[in-house]
Design a protein around this ligand. Structure first.
Ligand SMILES: [Zn+2]
Length: 459
């Protein structure tokens, strides 16, 4: 059946092209050598140096010293700020390095992890987009740490090499590599505190961004991407989990009604973002796989992508496939000859570099590609087996056109695609929207593609 449909589709495109007097020129396909070059520039050595430096601050508990130059969260904050500044001076001041400082009010235990109010500082570097600077992508790791199940213990050693020195190192290494290039859209390389106290640093940033109506098209959270040396020979070591929710965290009751009526529990913006990362990683990272997880996070757990999701932004979480809980949220101690604690000797720096590469592949493709098409609508009303899609024209100068994708209702990934040219409507004759899921994405002249947008019903 599918063969017949694609023949019909090809015929309709040809017919539309002839009618419009336009040739439908598809953009280039395949890997972009500039992106491949950036992938190779990610350095495990740099990542190792960053993680060792972060560990050297003894503890990075959010409630630890703000002023001690050698130990505590304040020393880590200032060092990260200095690293971003160094990277910026290497690219002629191309990064706008920011400290976003705020006072978190007390939320005493047992409800919260702030016995008293605390000052928190998100540190980030902004690489401004050239043609579409208001479109923003965020990559983030948390630079705070904790030593045991008591997150308010500020004096114990909390090396936090994996959780989340690894994610912090990804943000810094990506800033270093990507700042040498120019992108259509803006990228924010971020390191936040307060994750272990209840996602407070990321919550502040996401709420503030939403209040300012910042257009964050995607957010990547890297938390525990250290790969652990203890599972080095595990079969799935050459992969990373990409957690992407199905039903949106910010869905309104009205949107839930629409979803029940037309489907879409497997097609949230976050799920499309997850599919996008998997698709791009397949092209640019054949030896190291992105594994899509149909979940917002690990079972009953949370991370810094959640405040972004709750504020209406597409976000995913990256985490290694096997976590070793003897080296996570543990005090540094030796028990019966067994070493506990989140120490750097249990981090696999080569693995972190691969995790960084998958992030880079996703971010670079997103920031070079056109924006996601807006106002994507599936026309309803009238009984027909045709599928009618329409959307609003993108404003990207390098736009080539749009690609329609579709799949069986039981397929996890988009299986079929058709480049339809620079149009804002498309009709699939005798191909029922009841039997397939459809989506639309924008494509530029070099072949960079936006994530897919799942249509809303409309007239
Ligand atoms: Zn963490």
């Amino acid at each position: 059946m599918k063969k017949i449909f694609s023949f019909i589709t090809a015929f309709s495109i040809l017919a539309a092209g002839v009618l419009n007097g336009l040739a439908q020129t598809a953009p280039k396909n395949g890997a972009d050598p500039e992106i491949q070059k950036m992938v190779r520039e990610v350095s495990a050595k740099n990542i190792q140096a960053t993680i060792l430096k972060l560990v050297s601050f003894g503890t990075r508990n959010t409630l630890s010293s703000q002023t001690d130059p050698n130990r505590g969260i304040g020393a880590a904050r200032d060092w990260i700020y200095g690293e971003f500044q160094k990277i910026s001076s290497d690219c002629g001041g191309c990064l706008d390095v920011q400290k976003q400082t705020f006072t978190q009010e007390a939320i005493p235990p047992p409800r919260g992890r702030y016995p008293q109010a605390a000052v928190l500082t998100n540190v980030y570097a902004v690489l401004k987009g050239t043609t579409d600077p208001d479109r923003v992508y965020v990559v983030s790791g948390h630079y705070d740490s904790m030593c045991n199940l008591n997150a308010t213990d500020t004096t114990c050693d909390a090396p936090g090499a994996n959780d989340d020195g690894s994610g912090t190192a990804v943000s810094i290494e990506l800033a270093r590599v990507m700042s040498k290039q120019k992108f259509d859209a803006t990228i924010i390389f971020m390191c936040v505190p307060g994750e272990e106290q209840g996602l407070t640093g990321s919550t502040y940033f996401a709420k503030d961004a939403a209040a300012k109506k910042m257009n964050i098209e995607a957010m990547f959270d890297n938390d525990i991407v250290g790969g652990v040396t203890t599972y080095k020979n595990a079969p799935d070591r050459q992969s990373i989990r990409v957690f992407a929710e199905g039903v949106p965290s910010n869905e309104t009751p009205q949107e839930a009604n629409t979803r029940r009526s037309v489907g879409g529990e497997n097609d949230s913006p976050a799920r499309q973002l997850g599919r996008y990362v998997v698709e791009m990683a397949k092209i640019y990272s054949p030896g190291f796989k992105a594994n899509l997880m149909y979940r917002r996070d690990r079972y009953g757990r949370g991370g810094d992508h959640i405040p972004f999701l709750e504020n209406g932004y597409a976000a995913v979480r990256f985490t290694e496939p096997h976590e070793d809980y003897t080296h996570q949220h543990q005090s540094v101690k030796l028990v019966d000859g067994k070493q506990y604690g989140d120490l750097p000797e249990f981090v696999d720096f080569g693995y972190v570099a691969n995790a960084a590469r998958v992030n880079l592949i996703g971010l670079v493709n997103l920031a070079l590609a056109p924006a996601k098409p807006k106002g994507v609508t599936m026309l309803t009303g009238g009984l027909t087996n045709d599928t009618d899609l329409k959307w609003t024209a993108n404003t990207d100068a390098d736009l080539a056109g749009y690609e329609i994708v579709w799949r069986d209702t039981t397929a996890p990934f988009w299986t079929n695609s058709k480049f339809v040219g620079n149009v804002t409507t498309f009709k699939f004759k005798e191909m029922s929207k009841d039997n397939y899921f459809f989506g639309v994405r924008a494509v530029d002249k070099s072949g960079h593609k936006s994530p897919v947008v799942y249509p809303r019903p409309g007239r």
